[in-house]
Design a protein around this ligand. Structure first.
Ligand code: AHG
Ligand code: MN
Ligand code: MN
Length: 411
């Protein structure tokens, strides 16, 4: 019997294996296993060539170094750099709380509701507090706004105020917390118009095109921060031993074409006609008008669905549906009743990340980033991901509207 190896030795062995280009230890073939684990040097050589190389980080650029280099390239100023560092630090704290799960006593309902009438989970409240506390004293912010708070939170008078506004969905996908599925934090950064001392709700009502940074942190099997400051979308993975985010994917690119869609199909009967038509054609597959078979995925954590799309393409849709509150998708419904997802905390930051990765994002009819916000907690339909697929879905809606206008004109 092999003597047990120490924890340190295990990790140092694992590290040195990962440092090499080939990870030949994984997935032995059936034949190799039937030899009761007695692999010959020949087997090892064969396995090393048949088992794909495990992808290893190509660099050790930390988030800090990445941001400093962006500053040297005049793409970010020191205040915004500090702000992003602070958000990333808060996300690490949230990752620890999420990771503790049942052991941390953080699962389940908080017993409260947010401004949108949704039941809050304990972790919604914890994540919100962590982000507020971390960002209060740095001197880079004028105020924060959160999906979980009725009104903006101005930086207290005890601390210096800066010029930025931070908006966040502290915990996205929180219905998944109790079942141990990936959740995340989404954030967006705007510049405070006018005097930072007079910040109010109106200060936040800027279109997504005005965002100077956006990102999310996904708490999954690994914790990742995906960030844009308007020059591409970049992914960082948390090195849990070092406690720092390391750049693992520079310039993410979403393939233009896709065969994968993400939608909650249980709402199908509540959708409007062009949405019904679009999904019917996807489901018709090769034999239908789209001429190809589509696969479907729905995690119900926008962060996790968008992360998949940034990684391998796809289209994510949360369309208008009748039960969300408005009688007609084009009617002038109250801004908080026009969809499920929130413009300021979810749609705008995700749209910026997706566009910066070569994808597209619309509300089914027009570009999300150009929507003029009327309400801090405004909601809207969201279509985002692979460019040609988002264009296809948007075209179904625009063609439907044009036909409806024509029919009206003829009547
Ligand atoms: P949140 O947990 O911040 O309220 O957001 C949940 C959102 C989004 O993450 C997800 O895509 C969507 O709600 C799931 O909605 P359904 O449960 O209606 O599928
Ligand atoms: Mn959310
Ligand atoms: Mn949330």
């Amino acid at each position: 019997m092999q003597p047990p190896i120490s924890r340190d030795r295990f990790f140092s062995d694992a590290r040195s294996r990962l440092a090499g280009n080939r990870f030949a230890v994984a997935t032995p073939t059936k034949r190799a296993l039937t030899r009761a684990g007695r692999r010959t040097p020949g087997d090892n050589a064969r396995l090393a060539t048949t088992v794909p190389a495990m992808s290893t980080p190509t660099s050790s650029v930390s988030l800090t170094r990445f941001l400093i280099e962006e500053q040297h390239a005049d793409r970010i100023n020191p205040d915004l750099r500090l702000l992003i560092e602070v958000v990333a630090r808060a996300c690490k704290t949230i990752a620890v709380a999420v990771g503790k799960g049942a052991l941390g006593g953080v699962l389940g309902d908080a017993g409260t509701g947010n401004v949108q009438g949704e039941a809050q989970k304990k972790l919604d409240v914890i994540a919100n507090d962590v982000l507020l506390e971390a960002n209060a004293w740095g001197g880079h912010l004028a105020a924060c706004a959160s999906e979980e708070m009725d009104d903006p939170f101005p930086i207290p008078d005890a601390y210096p105020r800066g010029n930025y506004l931070l908006l966040f969905d502290p915990l996205d996908g929180s219905s998944n917390i109790d079942v141990n599925v990936s959740v995340g934090t989404i954030f967006s950064v705007l510049v405070c118009p006018g005097d930072a001392a007079c910040v109010d709700t109106q200060s936040f009502l800027q279109p997504g095109t005005a965002q100077v940074a956006a990102g999310y942190c996904i708490y999954g099997p690994s914790t990742m921060l995906v960030l844009t400051i308007g020059h591409g979308t970049h992914a960082f993975t948390l090195d849990r031993e070092q406690g720092s985010f390391v750049l693992t994917r520079r310039e993410m690119r979403i393939p233009e074409e896709t065969k994968e869609f993400a939608i909650n199909m249980s709402n199908q009967r509540h959708w409007e006609a062009p949405m019904q038509d679009y999904v019917r054609d996807l489901l018709a597959g090769k034999e239908g008008p789209r001429g190809k078979d589509f696969n479907m995925r729905w995690i119900a954590s926008m962060v996790a669905d968008v992360h998949r799309i940034l990684t391998r393409g796809g289209i994510f849709i949360y369309p208008w549906d009748r039960k969300l509150g408005s009688a007609d998708p084009l009617a002038d419904a109250h801004p908080t009743k026009r969809g499920k997802l929130r413009l300021m905390y979810e749609a705008n930051p995700m749209a910026m990340l997706v566009e910066q990765a070569g994808g597209a994002a619309t509300n089914g009819r027009s570009r999300i980033l150009e929507v003029a916000p009327e309400h801090l907690h405004q909601r809207l339909p969201v279509f985002l991901g692979s460019k040609s697929e988002v264009e296809a879905a948007t075209t179904y809606h625009l063609a439907h509207d044009a036909a409806a206008r024509e029919a009206l004109a003829e009547a």
